[in-house]
Design a protein around this ligand. Structure first.
Ligand code: 6PG
Length: 248
């Protein structure tokens, strides 16, 4: 069985199972800190809810440090705030030290905040050949194949020499701060969470290594020395049959 690509019955089962896998990884990690960067969007919300309902009293929250893969440049109480959603679904329900939550301050001036976030990352994480090494990065994938806030019309962000950049979402002109491709690919482990029939197109292009994947940012996520895992549900992988095989 390919441990790096696991298909779950549906999004609810995926969230339930991945919550346990995540807590096990935090428990097994050496040292007193586990640095996890999480994504926004709707897919991970079931995971955050599962973590809150199953592990609210876990002592592992003392060890877990939450960072963001990307953030919309809005105030934390704005419905679009990635931090705001996780605070409502998870942080407000668990005993986690405030110092373990390293949010991107969406209310600040974007370029100054990007520099501030880079300073925080450099001051907290192990650095490997000049890049921070997150223990785990959870990514989503948009219908257009974007990941983090690296959109198809800005593939150059995959090779930026900065840990994070200020970007503008092309369809909404919303300003965001995003980790760059090199920062993501320097992680110990990267997990994609992909659910829903609307992701079939890009997921099949990427996993079956079709020509169009060259235009999709999510196709360029391959940790240099780390592990890449895809967790998907049956709706997002309806293209799969026994005839298909792929190596990721
Ligand atoms: C964001 C995310 C983004 C997200 C994808 C998938 O801030 O929007 O970081 O990269 O993961 O857009 O979003 P869904 O989970 O809502 O499909």
């Amino acid at each position: 069985m390919n441990r790096n690509f696991i298909v779950f019955k549906n999004a609810e089962v995926l969230a339930d199972q991945v919550s346990g896998l995540l807590m096990n990884q935090i428990a097994r990690a050496k040292g007193s800190q586990f640095h996890l960067a999480i994504s926004g969007g709707s897919t991970p919300n079931l995971l955050y809810a599962a973590l809150a309902s199953k592990y609210a009293d876990s002592v592992l929250w003392q060890k877990a440090h939450f960072w963001w893969v990307d953030e919309r440049m809005v105030s934390p109480d704005d419905p679009a705030s990635n931090f705001g959603v996780v605070h409502q679904l998870l942080f407000s329900k668990i005993d986690i030290p405030e110092m373990n939550i390293h949010r991107i301050r969406g209310e600040n001036e974007p370029f100054q905040e990007a520099n501030n976030y880079i300073r925080q990352i450099k001051g907290s994480l192990n650095m490997n050949i000049g890049w921070p090494q997150f223990d785990l990065i959870l990514l989503g994938m948009g219908e257009d194949g974007h990941t983090a806030s690296i959109f198809p019309n800005h593939l150059e962000l995959l090779n930026s020499e900065r840990i994070c950049e200020v970007v503008t979402r092309p369809d909404t002109f919303q300003q965001r701060i995003t980790l760059t491709g090199k920062a993501i690919n320097n992680a110990e482990k990267v997990c994609f969470l992909v659910t829903g029939a609307n992701k079939v197109g890009c997921l099949s292009e990427i996993l079956l290594k079709k020509e169009k994947a060259k235009l999709l940012p999510a196709a360029y996520i391959h940790p240099i020395n780390g592990e890449l895992v895809w967790y998907a549900d049956e709706s997002a992988t309806s293209f799969l049959s026994s005839a298909y095989n792929f190596v990721i």
